[in-house]
Design a protein around this ligand. Structure first.
Ligand code: ARG
Ligand code: ZN
Length: 879
């Protein structure tokens, strides 16, 4: 992989290639250590490019075996080659020509999991963002679209299936126990969408008939014996295909759609044209091994990758700065799909929680960057929650601004106008501007200004005049490289809730549109409502219409009024969550100063009443009962964080709520559905409520007995892991907990994905003592440091999900992470860099921990020989 060069890539430097690729034919002779790759590329010089300009192809750790022009060897004087570039001079002035590039690569020793590698004996590829250049020299950039033909030759024993993008052309026997297969993809595509898979795998098959009546073969390949666990993914795929037809009018465009699940994968999954490759964690599920959350993730990621076929593949990105063009939009689409398949408000609540838990801290720390970055050193470090999740929120705001109808019009225009293009954010916005007749100039700041805007809200009720005035003021703090910011267009959905719980129907004076949205476009703006019958309560940023922080003095009574009466379920949850957050922040501050904690009685009353309210969906009640996490409280406090104080305060509040509601919780804890397991949202919601109720009940009882009994009786993974989590979180040292962990380990010893849960639960146990346990697990003789899922399950869970364990005051957690990052970096830079981001909020810690964290970062910096990935992250964190 690239080591640090300090080279910076800039959006403003974009320039098309000098040569245009027409098509590419690839032949692979697969071998674990010596795979031969022959690439024949037909190109012509772009019009206007001078005849002495050479062809420059990208490479990464490549060795060149041969190079020909139109079938004849090229004179070595006419080209220069290094492991990362191939420069060819003297090429034809205008006629098309064919360049043949031969390379030999070693999949077996490719531990970076980029390019062609082996996982459990299966050959597979990951080319996004810049992995294709590890296979052959080529224009490895998203604006070079070509038609691909791929021939794969391999030993029959080793690789029963030989797969690539597009439609199957044919195949047969080759020589000496080898066979071959050829694939043709008629849709021009960039190299990052290329894929090859070859191996001995299990297969499940189905078909899908598209809206125009074409039959598509659907195939999912998994490890032998895991076929029964692929059924849910297949079902999710068919639902996704139907949904994209119904909601966006988008049909699938090849004869076959294939998914392959592999066990070593750096990310979640990859949308290669017609041949998606997945981390098996996001394919395999059955009731005995997967939780409800796993099922929901599989549904979402299958949909996400499928939806990329139109938003990403048919229309791709001009350059990697435009990554959010495909990712933000596709996340937006998969969110809408899941909302349609499940409960929309509950899905939205989960999205808000995740955005605040991950994206807000990124935006507030040293790694903050705009949704569309303007420069990067290593593009792999920009597959971030800002690009994905904030990118999705920006698309959601576009819909809020133009309305559902014009949004669909804009999308139709985008598909029609840019099909086959490598497009930009400007292209995308122009479609909505045209469809709606609005100007998106100010709105586009959402793509270029980093940071989470703050909106201060104040209200003024005039009883005599019956007027209600809402004053909004926005600000945006500096972020790396951006000291001054312009005011943004912030669409804030709102409602005025009257004393009787009904909603005021009027809208602000002087505003023509009554779309239920306050459009804040200046630094400070006043909205006046007249003829309001009684003092209203303002419900603002309903449904989280804008990804901003709201600062508003609102009494507990007003929050309770919203929580009771708001017509919007998400807003009701927002009010409850605001009340919980305020209380927890206050309690944490007092705990920090060693003072007595305030009574949580009011909060407990609301939560217990919500828990007991049968008119509410169980999944909603489960969300309401889930207190803000310790990391959420830390984010709200913002600086001088003492994780131990936050933990102590939150524990005290949990136990006060638990005691206040023991009877209710104890009842609900038994409320999980009985009988055959269904992964559907209704049953999952009931299990979620039962699980959180079990946690409260166990806390009130001060005993793991109830959870142990649930563990012993569980007939599905959701209940089993809920019970185990209640034990490991609250009673880590109890004999029952030890026993349950041992049982779990023995039962799932041969199931890596389930064992990952066993590692995570232990890594998440609070307290400074957990680090020693993590070290013990890392040192286990069967612990596989090369498997990304396993590393994320143990080291990732500990460092990003365990505030008291990771931030132990002696700095041991930071040193552990630093040591592992430097070690992993030698094999898999992407994984190392990703794990390191767990330290992105280090500057908001209290002084002593900050110093320990800094020392750990400096130790990484001085380790030497860092990858571009890790050096980029560590430099930005220390800057
Ligand atoms: N495009 C993939 C997705 O659907 C992510 C792949 C990113 N891979 C990487 N190595 N950076 O989100
Ligand atoms: Zn994606």
């Amino acid at each position: 992989m690239r080591t640090e060069t300090g080279q910076v890539f800039k959006l403003k430097d974009y320039k098309p290639t000098d040569f245009v690729v027409e098509r590419i034919d690839l032949t692979f002779e697969l071998d674990p250590r010596e795979t031969k790759v022959i690439s024949r590329v037909i190109l012509h010089r772009r019009e206007g490019v001078a005849k002495d300009v050479p062809l420059v192809f990208d490479g990464d750790e490549l060795t060149l075996d041969g190079l020909q022009l139109d079938g004849s060897d090229i004179d070595p004087a006419l080209y220069d080659v290094t492991p990362d570039t191939l420069v060819i001079r003297g090429l034809p002035e205008s006629a098309p020509f064919e360049v043949t590039v031969s390379t030999t690569i070693s999949p077996e020793t490719n531990t970076a999991l980029m390019g062609l590698y082996r996982t459990n004996g299966v050959y597979c590829t990951q080319c996004e963002a810049e992995g294709f250049r590890r296979i052959t020299y080529f224009y490895d950039r998203p604006d070079v679209l070509a038609v691909y033909t791929v021939t794969i030759i391999a030993s029959k024993d080793e690789a029963k299936y030989l797969l690539s993008n597009g439609n199957y052309l044919g195949g047969g026997n080759y020589d000496e126990g080898r066979h071959f297969a050829a694939w043709f993809d008629p849709h021009p595509k960039p190299s990052y969408l290329f894929a090859l898979v070859a191996g001995d795998l299990g297969l499940i098959e189905d078909t899908f008939t598209t809206m125009s009546g074409r039959e598509v073969a659907l195939k999912i390949y998994v490890e032998h014996g895991k076929e029964p666990r692929a059924g849910y993914a297949m079902d999710a795929l068919k639902r996704s295909m139907r949904w994209d037809e119904e909601v966006y009018g988008r049909e699938y465009d090849l004869d076959i759609f294939q998914i392959v699940a592999v066990s070593d994968f750096n990310m979640g999954a990859m949308e290669n044209k017609g041949l998606n490759v997945f981390n098996d964690k996001y394919v395999l599920a059955d009731p005995a091994t997967a939780t409800d959350a796993d099922f929901a993730n599989i549904e979402a990621i299958i949909a996400h990758e499928y939806f990329h076929n139109w938003t990403g593949n048919r229309i791709t990105c001009r350059d990697w700065f435009q990554l959010c063009l495909k990712e933000g939009l596709t996340v937006y689409r998969d969110h809408a799909f899941s909302a349609d398949q499940r409960s929309a408000p509950v899905k939205r609540i989960a999205e808000i929680r995740l955005l605040k838990a991950h994206q807000f801290p990124e935006d507030a720390g040293p790694l903050a960057h705009p949704v569309r970055p303007e420069s990067y050193r290593e593009i792999n470090n920009f597959y971030t929650t800002t690009v994905y999740e904030k990118g999705s929120e920006v698309v959601r705001m576009i819909r809020t601004v133009v309305g559902a109808e014009d949004f669909r019009k804009g999308m139709d225009l985008y598909f029609e106008r840019h099909d086959g293009d490598a497009a930009t954010i400007e292209d995308f916005l122009a479609c909505f501007a045209e469809a709606s007749g609005r100007d998106f100039k100010q709105f586009s700041l959402w793509y270029s200004q980093a940071g989470t805007p703050s909106v201060t809200v104040s209200t003024d009720w005039n009883e005599a005049k019956k007027t209600f005035k809402v004053t909004l003021e926005q600000s945006l703090a500096p972020t790396p490289g951006q000291s001054r910011k312009a005011p943004m267009h912030i669409p804030l959905a709102y409602g005025l809730i009257l004393p009787d719980g009904s909603e005021f129907a009027g809208h602000p004076t002087g505003k023509e549109a009554a779309d239920g949205v306050l459009h804040l476009t200046r630094r400070r703006q006043v909205f006046t409502f007249t003829g309001v019958p009684g003092r209203p309560v303002l419900s603002i940023n309903r449904g989280f219409s804008a990804p901003v922080n709201i600062a508003m003095e609102q009494s507990t009574a007003d929050l309770a009024h919203i929580a009771r009466h708001d017509s919007d379920g998400v807003a009701r949850w927002q009010a409850i969550s605001e009340q919980a957050t305020r209380h927890l922040v206050e309690a944490s501050r007092l705990a920090r100063d060693g003072r007595n904690l305030p009574s949580a009685r009011d909060l407990a009353d609301i939560l217990v009443a919500t828990a007991a309210d049968d008119s509410l969906e169980p999944a909603f009640r489960a969300q309401a009962l889930t207190l803000p996490a310790e990391s959420d409280i830390a984010r709200e406090i913002g600086s001088n964080i003492d994780p131990d104080a936050i933990h102590a305060a939150r524990e005290a509040v949990l136990s006060e709520i638990a005691r206040a509601g023991l009877a209710v919780f104890s009842d609900l804890a038994d409320g999980a559905p009985k009988g055959p397991y269904s992964p559907g949202a209704a049953d999952a919601g009931r299990r979620a409520l039962a699980g959180i109720a079990m946690n409260y009940a166990a806390i009130a009882e001060g005993s793991p007995a109830r959870a142990k009994a649930a563990f012993d009786a569980a007939d599905n993974m959701t209940t089993l892991s809920q019970a185990l989590q209640v034990m490991t979180q609250n009673f880590p040292a109890a004999a029952e907990t030890r026993q349950a962990l041992d049982t779990f380990r023995t039962r799932f010893a041969d199931d890596p994905l389930v064992l990952d849960k066993w590692y995570s639960l232990q890594a998440l146990a609070p307290g400074a003592g957990t680090r020693a346990r993590v070290e013990e697990l890392l040192a286990g003789k069967d612990f596989d440091r090369t498997n990304p899922n396993r590393m994320r399950a143990l080291v990732g869970a500990f460092t990003s999900g365990n505030p008291t364990g990771f931030n132990a005051a002696d700095g041991g957690g930071y040193r552990l992470l630093a040591r592992e990052v430097v070690d992993i970096d030698k094999r898999n830079p992407q994984l190392a860099a990703r794990l390191l981001t767990a330290m992105r909020s280090w500057r908001s810690l209290e002084a002593e921990r900050q110093e320990q964290a800094r020392l750990a970062l400096v130790s990484i910096r001085s380790a030497g020989n860092l990858s571009a990935d890790v050096s980029d992250i560590v430099d930005r964190m220390l800057a």
